[in-house]
Design a binder for this molecule. Structure first.
Ligand SMILES: Cc1ncc(COP(=O)(O)O)c(C=O)c1O
Length: 349
């Protein structure tokens, strides 16, 4: 999740410089790095007001609150979310998280959440009604198995939300900020959400998230509706500005897409070689899932023994999210290791 790996010199320098200037300021005041970061995100994303948080979960929780606050007077207090979604582990975020094992031990959660199957616009249309505050979706699901929403679904959801008066909220905490080869995953479909959440790679490893709320909706929120002590911390914001500098280097995003393509091509070759093992390879940019017919755990274990850290997404999917600076030689190293691991599963060629 640390987009630029460890010890990135520009990020470290920005943190040091800011730490020597101002580490923290009361949220009664603006601070320069946070203001500059908000302006930068707005320029990159869409006309909006930005609220900074300390994590992805808090960004999502805030987005849920904002959507309710905006729709409350019309009785819009419910949410539509998607099967296989993951949005965090606080009580609100859990309510919109699909996986039962995360949710059920903590019920009752926030009521009024309907889950609909992924990429099923008709199901979403049947779920959105006059009580819906927001339709909430990851443009590419991460934890749930690297499942991209189709552009058709996202376009359809936007039209549906406009027609029925609900807000469209995108969780780009995992898939945003360069991960898919575009600055934001929504740029693949051209569908601009009403609310966007960001986090993970934002501050180069320091804790920070952000909620972008469409500018013309922001007036519905009053001072005191939401707040945080550390959100917008100047050191985190300075690190985030350095991260954005990297992401905006000419050609960098295109190169993420190109290296993602290179990795996917290599994975497809392995899938052909180790017939019967791989069910599907899917993803965007450097966010790639390899779904096996069997469990992914032995593959994760095998890779770890070869010095490569990867994780599962669900039981059957190997989740590959290399640092955005991964080199082609390192991709080849991963592919060679995976080749050996798959061969040792006994199903290889
Ligand atoms: C899509 C998505 N939303 C929300 C979260 C929660 O973010 P955090 O762990 O920063 O609270 C995650 C974390 O994995 C995520 O992948």
């Amino acid at each position: 999740m640390n987009g630029f790996g460890y010890g990135d010199r520009k990020v470290v320098a920005a943190i040091k410089k800011q730490a020597e200037t101002l580490i923290h300021a009361s949220n009664l005041y603006h601070n320069e790095p946070a203001s500059a970061l908000a302006e930068r995100l707005v320029r990159l994303a869409f006309p909006s007001k930005v609220f900074f948080t300390n994590s992805g979960t808090e960004a999502w929780e805030g987005a849920m609150k904002f959507a309710r606050r905006i729709g409350k007077e019309q009785g819009r207090i419910e949410y539509v979310a998607f099967e296989h979604s993951f949005h965090g582990r606080s009580m609100g975020a859990l309510s919109t998280t699909w996986t039962a094992k995360y949710r059920e031990p903590f019920e009752p959660l926030v009521p009024g959440v309907r889950f609909v199957p992924g990429n099923d616009l008709a199901a979403a249309a049947a779920a959105v009604n006059e009580k819906t505050a927001a339709v909430m979706i990851e443009p590419v699901q991460g934890e749930g198995g690297i499942r991209p929403a189709t552009p058709e679904l996202l376009r359809g959801l936007q039209a549906l939300c406009r027609e029925r008066g609900a807000l469209l909220v995108f969780d780009e905490i995992q898939c945003g900020l360069g991960r898919t080869g575009r600055m934001f995953a929504f740029q693949h479909s051209g569908v601009v959400p009403d609310i966007l959440t960001l986090a993970k790679p934002l501050a180069g490893g320091l804790p920070m998230g952000a909620i972008l709320l469409r500018e013309d909706l922001a007036g519905a929120l009053k001072v005191g509706d939401h707040g945080t002590t550390f959100g917008g911390n100047p050191v985190c914001a300075a690190a985030a500005l350095a991260v954005l500098d990297h992401l905006e280097e000419p050609g960098f995003l295109d190169d993420i897409a190109a290296r993602g393509f290179y990795l996917t091509r290599g994975l497809k070759k392995l899938a052909r070689k180790h017939k019967g093992l791989v069910a599907e390879i899917r993803g965007l940019g450097l966010m790639i899932g390899v779904e096996f017919h069997g469990e992914a755990a032995p593959v994760v274990k095998g890779l770890k023994e070869k010095g490569i850290l990867a994780v599962k997404a669900g039981d059957k999917v190997l989740r590959l999210l290399p640092p955005l600076v991964v080199k082609r030689a390192e991709i080849r190293q991963l592919l060679a290791a995976l080749d050996e691991v798959l061969a040792s599963q006994g199903v290889g060629s």
